[in-house]
Design a protein around this ligand. Structure first.
Ligand SMILES: *Cc1c(COP(=O)(O)O)cnc(C)c1O
Length: 394
């Protein structure tokens, strides 16, 4: 009996992308089968994370890596690593970090709803600069002197949100922070594809980079990657693992050796979002698949599917469907006239049986976005029909 029938669930058609609230990108059978196999095994999780570190670090070109329960968890662990380092007393104190450097600087324009994940470790976020470009008031972004003016003995790290627009400034900011001993944490949760970003952000100078495993990588929904400097990843891992151990009876993996020093740290701030063996193995399988796939062929196949969907909308009154890329996965932008029809169409798609989700980022301009990354090819025809029906009624 399917879980849909067993628990009375509603299946949804996801043409909105890799959204967490819709369960992220569906996993390929290979990853799901590996997770099921892992579920039936007993494994030493610290050793498993060491294997994950070796594999992921080789793929990303970093010193070390670990599997987290998502990019948001990776951000919290990254902040905890920058605040505590290898100091057990600091690890035990978090999230109460008033007694040591706990400020994380970030450009005001990089403040997102996910920044909360950094603060959750006990960090105090300090916004820098202005938002002239965002408001259209001016042309200048964050300047090096503004970073220098904000650095105090309480500064622990610098946080950077990667987007296609901000990546250009990462090298300069990272070099500036490195010269001042400030580690740079990069939120790149959704910056895949392009696959080149797996290696690019660290190559540009990030000390720690966070990716979501449940988005484009197609790993378990509750998985993510924290990768970068070995000392910081080691600190993060120590603060996530189950530390209810007798140090004399335990052989720590190499990643933890510099931190353990004959004694084991206490349970850390990350203990509540431990990655399970299923997530770790599922992510490794998914990452291998993702990293070795032919991006050009994959993009061409997605475009072909979107063109077929667009063809089904041809000739509809005041509806214009256009394929767009901008260096990421292709999306179909469906523009409606007048723009107010878009919100009506979204409501009608959600009321469809089964419910259909499209990207709503541009609904205000009258545009629905069809993102095929989480859309199963067998649902393409159903989606096209639902779009036709909802657009005619809107
Ligand atoms: C999705 C997202 C996250 C959170 O990723 P999870 O893997 O779901 O925890 C963090 N930051 C940004 C910018 C995101 O888009």
């Amino acid at each position: 009996m399917s879980v849909i029938a067993r628990f009375g669930l509603t299946r949804r058609i996801n043409a909105a992308g890799t959204l967490t609230r819709l369960g992220g990108r569906p996993m390929a059978p290979e990853g799901a089968e590996a997770m099921a196999e892992a579920a039936g095994l007993s494994l030493d999780i610290a050793s498993l994370q060491q294997v994950a570190s070796d594999r992921i670090a080789a793929t990303l070109g970093t010193e070390a890596a670990m599997v987290t329960t998502g990019a948001a968890a990776a951000l919290t662990l990254a902040a905890a690593a920058c605040l505590a380092g290898s100091d057990f007393a600091r690890m035990a104190a978090l999230p109460f970090a008033e007694g040591f450097p706990n400020e994380i600087l970030l450009p005001r324009t990089h403040r997102t709803m996910y920044s909360h994940a950094l603060a959750a470790a006990g960090a105090r976020l300090v916004d820098l600069g202005h938002n002239d470009r965002g408001t259209g008031a001016g042309v200048r972004g964050l300047e090096p002197w503004e970073i220098d003016a904000a650095i105090t003995p309480r500064t622990a790290a610098f946080a950077f949100s990667a987007t296609p627009e901000t990546i250009a400034s990462l090298a300069t900011i990272a070099a500036h922070c490195r010269a001042r001993g400030l580690p740079v944490i990069v939120d790149a949760a959704a910056q895949l594809p392009p696959r080149e970003n797996l290696r690019r952000l660290v190559a540009l100078g990030a000390d720690l980079v966070c990716f979501s495993g449940g988005k484009a990588i197609g790993g378990p929904q509750a998985s993510g990657i924290l990768a970068g400097r070995a000392d910081l990843v080691g600190s993060a891992l120590a603060q996530q693992l189950d530390m209810d151990i007798r140090a004399e009876a335990w052989t720590p993996p190499p990643l933890l050796a510099p931190i353990i020093r004959g004694a084991a740290p206490p349970h850390g701030i990350g203990r509540g979002f431990k990655a399970g063996k299923e997530e770790i193995i599922g992510l490794l399988v998914a990452l291998e698949r993702f990293a070795s796939a032919d991006e050009a062929a994959e993009t061409a196949a997605l475009e072909e599917r979107l063109r077929a969907i667009a063809a089904r909308l041809d000739g509809m009154n005041s509806v214009r469907a256009m394929l767009s890329h901008s260096g990421r996965a292709p999306v179909l932008a469906v523009a409606l006239e007048p723009p107010s029809r878009a919100a009506t169409a979204v409501a009608s798609l959600l009321a469809h049986d089964p419910p259909v989700h499209v990207g709503e980022r541009r609904v205000g301009e009258g545009v629905l976005l069809v993102d095929p990354q989480s859309l199963r090819p067998e649902d393409d025809a159903l989606l096209a029909e639902a779009l036709r029906a909802s657009l005619s009624a809107a």
